[in-house]
Write a new protein. Structure first.
Length: 253
């Protein structure tokens, strides 16, 4: 069929002449029939009815007029998607790269092929800033890779990036636990009385007992107020006379 593509590039001659022999014209007519049959077989029934009486050259010309605006719109939309597609943080890199490669193939089918180098630049530009080091290394080393090779390199870089992020998260969590334990210590400290406060409390109690006046107490032995046990004259007199056992050196209950 490739050898018959000339019927799509030039209109079928009406008759043989000095430039086209009868044998060449017959071959042209037969090639036109073959190409036309293939074209009609790939069309919808509505289009088949429209082009049933046309030759191959007329069919391809009409189709270009009918669909060139649609192809232009499709090319514009494909180009827009290529420029606006971005890899967001947390999204896997493999589906993103495969989508970009598919868009480049669509541009090629629309007669707007994108070079391999330009396609790689666009893919690298579409990555988030987590891949900045990868982009820097790629450009500094002047690498020349195919889109498939770039895809594999980015999957490897993604694994490294996940490990680094996991390590950072663990460090952050450890930092939070440390601060939390510090706060707990502070709370526990608030619940307990400090040694200084204990000592101050004990001292104040002793001070209160020391300042207590004997005039306020009644000694059980003589039933009189105004003196301590050791100063009781009646008890001392009775001990001297032997009327009561001496309590000196012993603790009186």
């Amino acid at each position: 069929m490739r050898k018959k593509e000339y019927v799509l590039e030039e209109e079928l001659p009406e008759e043989a002449g000095p430039e086209v022999t009868q044998a060449a014209l017959n071959r042209w007519i037969q090639a036109n029939k073959d190409v036309k049959c293939v074209m009609l077989a790939s069309m919808s029934p509505e289009l088949q009815k429209t082009f049933i009486n046309s030759d191959a050259y007329q069919i391809i010309s009409e189709l270009k007029n009918m669909f060139q605006d649609q192809a232009r719109i499709e090319r514009f939309e494909t180009q827009r998607l290529i420029l606006e597609t971005r890899l967001k943080k947390g999204e896997p890199v493999s589906p993103h790269v495969l989508k970009m490669i598919g868009l480049f193939e669509n541009m090629r089918a629309l007669d707007s092929d994108v070079s391999n180098e330009m396609a790689i630049d666009i893919i690298l530009h579409s990555l988030h800033n987590g891949y900045d080091q990868f982009k820097f290394n790629y450009n500094m080393n002047s690498m020349k890779k195919s889109l498939t090779e770039l895809h594999g390199m980015l999957k490897t870089a993604e694994k490294t990036l996940k490990q680094e992020n996991k390590h950072d998260m663990l460090m952050v969590r450890k930092g939070k636990n440390f601060k939390k334990s510090g706060k707990n210590k502070g709370k526990k400290g608030k619940g307990k009385a400090s040694p200084s406060s204990k000592s101050n409390g004990a001292g104040s109690g002793k001070q209160k007992r020391a300042t207590r006046s004997p005039a306020d107490s009644e000694y059980f032995y003589c039933k009189k107020k105004g003196h301590w046990k050791r100063d009781c004259l009646k008890k001392k007199e009775d001990e001297k006379n032997g009327n009561v056992a001496s309590t000196s050196g012993t603790k009186e209950k």
